[in-house]
Design a protein around this ligand. Structure first.
Ligand SMILES: Nc1ncnc2c1ncn2[C@@H]1O[C@H](COP(=O)(O)OP(=O)(O)OP(=O)(O)O)[C@@H](O)[C@H]1O
Length: 235
Protein backbone atom coordinates (compact mmCIF):
# COMPACT_ATOMS: atom_id res chain seq x y z
CA UNK A 1 0.00 0.00 0.00
CA UNK A 2 1.29 3.48 -0.90
CA UNK A 3 1.80 5.93 1.93
CA UNK A 4 -0.47 8.99 1.50
CA UNK A 5 1.48 12.14 0.67
CA UNK A 6 -0.87 14.03 2.99
CA UNK A 7 -2.94 12.76 5.80
CA UNK A 8 -4.94 14.54 8.50
CA UNK A 9 -6.17 12.89 11.62
CA UNK A 10 -9.05 14.28 13.69
CA UNK A 11 -8.05 17.78 12.58
CA UNK A 12 -10.04 20.42 14.42
CA UNK A 13 -10.07 24.23 14.47
CA UNK A 14 -12.21 26.31 16.76
CA UNK A 15 -12.87 30.05 16.59
CA UNK A 16 -14.22 30.89 20.05
CA UNK A 17 -17.31 28.73 20.47
CA UNK A 18 -17.49 27.81 16.76
CA UNK A 19 -15.92 24.57 15.51
CA UNK A 20 -15.08 25.47 11.90
CA UNK A 21 -13.31 22.15 11.21
CA UNK A 22 -14.43 19.25 13.33
CA UNK A 23 -12.40 16.02 13.56
CA UNK A 24 -11.53 15.85 9.87
CA UNK A 25 -9.43 12.87 8.78
CA UNK A 26 -8.41 12.65 5.13
CA UNK A 27 -5.76 10.81 3.12
CA UNK A 28 -4.40 12.07 -0.19
CA UNK A 29 -2.46 9.58 -2.31
CA UNK A 30 0.53 10.83 -4.29
CA UNK A 31 -0.15 11.78 -7.91
CA UNK A 32 -3.91 12.01 -7.46
CA UNK A 33 -6.36 14.90 -7.85
CA UNK A 34 -8.93 15.33 -5.07
CA UNK A 35 -11.60 17.93 -4.47
CA UNK A 36 -13.28 19.19 -1.35
CA UNK A 37 -16.74 20.65 -1.86
CA UNK A 38 -19.33 22.00 0.52
CA UNK A 39 -21.68 24.92 1.04
CA UNK A 40 -20.56 28.32 2.37
CA UNK A 41 -19.15 28.07 5.86
CA UNK A 42 -18.52 24.30 5.60
CA UNK A 43 -14.91 24.77 6.76
CA UNK A 44 -13.08 24.23 3.43
CA UNK A 45 -10.87 27.36 3.59
CA UNK A 46 -10.11 26.79 7.27
CA UNK A 47 -8.95 23.26 6.41
CA UNK A 48 -6.78 24.52 3.53
CA UNK A 49 -5.32 27.27 5.75
CA UNK A 50 -4.23 24.65 8.27
CA UNK A 51 -2.64 22.50 5.54
CA UNK A 52 -0.47 25.32 4.23
CA UNK A 53 0.45 26.66 7.67
CA UNK A 54 -1.41 29.99 7.72
CA UNK A 55 -3.56 28.69 10.57
CA UNK A 56 -2.64 26.31 13.39
CA UNK A 57 -5.12 23.55 14.32
CA UNK A 58 -6.76 23.52 17.75
CA UNK A 59 -6.16 19.76 17.84
CA UNK A 60 -5.41 16.82 15.58
CA UNK A 61 -2.50 15.99 13.32
CA UNK A 62 -1.31 16.75 9.76
CA UNK A 63 1.28 14.43 8.26
CA UNK A 64 3.02 15.22 4.98
CA UNK A 65 5.25 12.47 3.71
CA UNK A 66 4.97 11.00 7.18
CA UNK A 67 6.26 14.21 8.87
CA UNK A 68 4.11 16.38 11.11
CA UNK A 69 3.37 19.87 9.76
CA UNK A 70 2.20 21.16 13.14
CA UNK A 71 4.02 24.27 14.33
CA UNK A 72 5.94 24.68 11.04
CA UNK A 73 6.22 28.12 9.49
CA UNK A 74 4.87 28.96 6.03
CA UNK A 75 8.27 29.00 4.33
CA UNK A 76 9.22 25.66 5.89
CA UNK A 77 6.03 24.11 4.52
CA UNK A 78 6.74 25.65 1.09
CA UNK A 79 10.26 24.23 1.21
CA UNK A 80 8.80 20.78 1.79
CA UNK A 81 7.06 21.08 -1.59
CA UNK A 82 3.57 22.33 -0.75
CA UNK A 83 2.35 25.22 -2.93
CA UNK A 84 -0.94 27.09 -2.73
CA UNK A 85 -2.78 29.05 -5.35
CA UNK A 86 -5.18 31.58 -3.89
CA UNK A 87 -8.52 32.64 -5.40
CA UNK A 88 -7.30 36.07 -6.51
CA UNK A 89 -4.43 35.83 -9.01
CA UNK A 90 -1.25 37.60 -7.94
CA UNK A 91 0.55 37.82 -11.28
CA UNK A 92 2.72 40.79 -12.28
CA UNK A 93 0.78 42.78 -14.91
CA UNK A 94 3.77 44.55 -16.45
CA UNK A 95 5.64 41.28 -17.05
CA UNK A 96 4.98 38.80 -19.84
CA UNK A 97 3.58 35.35 -19.15
CA UNK A 98 7.05 33.88 -19.59
CA UNK A 99 8.67 36.49 -17.32
CA UNK A 100 6.10 35.80 -14.61
CA UNK A 101 6.98 32.10 -14.76
CA UNK A 102 10.72 32.78 -14.67
CA UNK A 103 10.28 35.08 -11.68
CA UNK A 104 8.20 32.45 -9.85
CA UNK A 105 11.00 29.94 -10.50
CA UNK A 106 13.64 32.24 -9.00
CA UNK A 107 11.77 32.56 -5.72
CA UNK A 108 11.47 28.83 -5.42
CA UNK A 109 11.89 27.77 -1.79
CA UNK A 110 13.00 24.28 -2.87
CA UNK A 111 15.96 25.36 -5.01
CA UNK A 112 15.72 23.94 -8.53
CA UNK A 113 12.85 25.21 -10.65
CA UNK A 114 10.83 23.73 -13.49
CA UNK A 115 11.68 24.39 -17.14
CA UNK A 116 9.60 27.36 -18.39
CA UNK A 117 8.60 25.61 -21.62
CA UNK A 118 7.38 22.64 -19.64
CA UNK A 119 5.29 24.92 -17.39
CA UNK A 120 3.90 26.79 -20.44
CA UNK A 121 2.81 23.46 -21.92
CA UNK A 122 1.21 22.32 -18.67
CA UNK A 123 -0.95 25.46 -18.51
CA UNK A 124 -1.43 25.64 -22.28
CA UNK A 125 -0.28 29.26 -22.53
CA UNK A 126 2.56 28.79 -25.04
CA UNK A 127 0.82 30.97 -27.63
CA UNK A 128 0.67 33.94 -25.26
CA UNK A 129 4.08 33.44 -23.65
CA UNK A 130 5.27 36.89 -24.80
CA UNK A 131 2.05 38.73 -23.90
CA UNK A 132 2.04 41.04 -20.88
CA UNK A 133 -0.10 39.60 -18.12
CA UNK A 134 -2.29 42.74 -18.07
CA UNK A 135 -3.75 41.64 -21.44
CA UNK A 136 -4.71 38.13 -20.32
CA UNK A 137 -8.33 37.05 -19.93
CA UNK A 138 -9.46 36.16 -16.41
CA UNK A 139 -9.11 32.41 -17.00
CA UNK A 140 -5.63 32.79 -18.49
CA UNK A 141 -4.52 34.76 -15.42
CA UNK A 142 -5.69 31.91 -13.20
CA UNK A 143 -3.83 29.36 -15.36
CA UNK A 144 -0.72 31.52 -15.26
CA UNK A 145 -0.88 31.49 -11.50
CA UNK A 146 -1.18 27.71 -11.50
CA UNK A 147 1.89 27.74 -13.77
CA UNK A 148 3.73 30.00 -11.33
CA UNK A 149 2.99 27.56 -8.53
CA UNK A 150 4.16 24.69 -10.78
CA UNK A 151 7.48 26.50 -11.40
CA UNK A 152 8.42 25.71 -7.82
CA UNK A 153 8.05 21.97 -8.63
CA UNK A 154 5.59 21.36 -5.81
CA UNK A 155 4.75 17.81 -4.84
CA UNK A 156 1.41 18.94 -3.43
CA UNK A 157 -0.57 21.78 -5.02
CA UNK A 158 -3.42 23.27 -2.98
CA UNK A 159 -5.98 25.16 -5.07
CA UNK A 160 -8.48 27.58 -3.57
CA UNK A 161 -11.55 27.76 -5.84
CA UNK A 162 -9.54 27.63 -9.06
CA UNK A 163 -12.57 28.42 -11.25
CA UNK A 164 -13.88 31.44 -9.29
CA UNK A 165 -15.30 34.00 -11.75
CA UNK A 166 -14.62 31.85 -14.83
CA UNK A 167 -16.88 31.35 -17.84
CA UNK A 168 -18.15 27.80 -18.41
CA UNK A 169 -15.58 27.27 -21.20
CA UNK A 170 -12.77 28.45 -18.92
CA UNK A 171 -14.05 26.17 -16.15
CA UNK A 172 -14.02 23.17 -18.52
CA UNK A 173 -10.49 24.00 -19.65
CA UNK A 174 -9.32 24.36 -16.05
CA UNK A 175 -10.67 20.87 -15.31
CA UNK A 176 -8.78 19.53 -18.32
CA UNK A 177 -5.53 21.29 -17.28
CA UNK A 178 -5.77 19.88 -13.79
CA UNK A 179 -6.54 16.39 -15.09
CA UNK A 180 -3.35 16.75 -17.12
CA UNK A 181 -1.41 17.05 -13.87
CA UNK A 182 -2.50 13.55 -12.75
CA UNK A 183 0.53 11.45 -11.95
CA UNK A 184 2.86 14.48 -11.99
CA UNK A 185 1.68 16.64 -9.09
CA UNK A 186 -0.72 15.79 -6.29
CA UNK A 187 -3.62 18.26 -6.34
CA UNK A 188 -6.11 19.07 -3.60
CA UNK A 189 -8.69 21.67 -4.64
CA UNK A 190 -11.53 23.28 -2.77
CA UNK A 191 -14.40 24.28 -5.03
CA UNK A 192 -18.01 25.39 -5.18
CA UNK A 193 -18.58 24.77 -8.86
CA UNK A 194 -20.21 21.41 -9.35
CA UNK A 195 -19.68 21.53 -13.14
CA UNK A 196 -15.95 21.72 -12.54
CA UNK A 197 -15.99 18.79 -10.14
CA UNK A 198 -18.14 16.76 -12.52
CA UNK A 199 -15.66 17.50 -15.35
CA UNK A 200 -12.72 16.56 -13.13
CA UNK A 201 -14.49 13.37 -12.06
CA UNK A 202 -12.08 12.80 -9.19
CA UNK A 203 -12.21 11.55 -5.61
CA UNK A 204 -14.41 14.06 -3.81
CA UNK A 205 -14.84 14.94 -0.15
CA UNK A 206 -18.02 16.72 0.88
CA UNK A 207 -17.82 18.95 3.95
CA UNK A 208 -20.78 20.25 5.87
CA UNK A 209 -20.69 22.23 9.11
CA UNK A 210 -17.02 21.44 9.64
CA UNK A 211 -17.34 17.68 9.18
CA UNK A 212 -16.93 15.21 6.37
CA UNK A 213 -20.40 14.32 5.22
CA UNK A 214 -19.33 11.88 2.52
CA UNK A 215 -16.39 10.98 0.33
CA UNK A 216 -15.80 8.83 -2.72
CA UNK A 217 -15.88 8.98 -6.50
CA UNK A 218 -17.82 11.91 -7.93
CA UNK A 219 -20.38 9.46 -9.24
CA UNK A 220 -20.97 8.02 -5.76
CA UNK A 221 -21.15 11.52 -4.26
CA UNK A 222 -23.61 12.72 -6.88
CA UNK A 223 -25.94 9.84 -6.10
CA UNK A 224 -25.61 10.08 -2.31
CA UNK A 225 -29.03 11.08 -0.91
CA UNK A 226 -27.66 13.01 2.09
CA UNK A 227 -25.27 14.97 -0.11
CA UNK A 228 -28.08 15.77 -2.52
CA UNK A 229 -30.20 17.05 0.35
CA UNK A 230 -27.62 19.35 1.91
CA UNK A 231 -25.72 20.46 -1.13
CA UNK A 232 -26.26 19.19 -4.64
CA UNK A 233 -30.01 19.58 -4.47
CA UNK A 234 -29.54 23.32 -4.19
CA UNK A 235 -27.38 23.65 -7.32
N1 LIG B 1 -10.77 33.86 11.35
C1 LIG B 1 -11.99 33.46 11.69
N2 LIG B 1 -12.56 33.90 12.83
C2 LIG B 1 -13.81 33.49 13.19
N3 LIG B 1 -14.57 32.64 12.46
C3 LIG B 1 -14.06 32.19 11.31
C4 LIG B 1 -12.75 32.57 10.86
N4 LIG B 1 -12.53 31.94 9.67
C5 LIG B 1 -13.62 31.21 9.40
N5 LIG B 1 -14.53 31.35 10.37
C6 LIG B 1 -15.84 30.70 10.43
O1 LIG B 1 -15.61 29.31 10.29
C7 LIG B 1 -16.64 28.70 9.50
C8 LIG B 1 -16.02 27.99 8.33
O2 LIG B 1 -15.52 29.00 7.43
P1 LIG B 1 -14.69 28.65 6.12
O3 LIG B 1 -14.31 29.95 5.49
O4 LIG B 1 -13.62 27.70 6.45
O5 LIG B 1 -15.79 27.92 5.24
P2 LIG B 1 -15.78 27.64 3.67
O6 LIG B 1 -16.36 26.28 3.50
O7 LIG B 1 -14.44 27.89 3.13
O8 LIG B 1 -16.79 28.72 3.15
P3 LIG B 1 -16.77 29.56 1.78
O9 LIG B 1 -17.06 28.55 0.71
O10 LIG B 1 -17.86 30.54 1.96
O11 LIG B 1 -15.41 30.17 1.66
C9 LIG B 1 -17.60 29.83 9.11
O12 LIG B 1 -18.67 29.83 10.03
C10 LIG B 1 -16.76 31.07 9.27
O13 LIG B 1 -17.54 32.20 9.59
Amino acid sequence: MRQPILSTSRLTRQFGGLTAVDNVSIDVDPGTVQCIIGPNGAGKSTLLNMLCGTLQPSSGQILYDGKSLLGRRLHEIARLGIARKFQVPTVFNSLTVEENLILAGTINPQGSSRDVDEALAMIELREVAQLKAEFLAHGQRQWLEIGMALMTKPRLLLLDEPTAGMTSDETAKTASLIRGLLGQVTVLAIEHDIHFIRALNCYTIVMHQGRILASGSFDAIEHNETVRDVYLGRQ
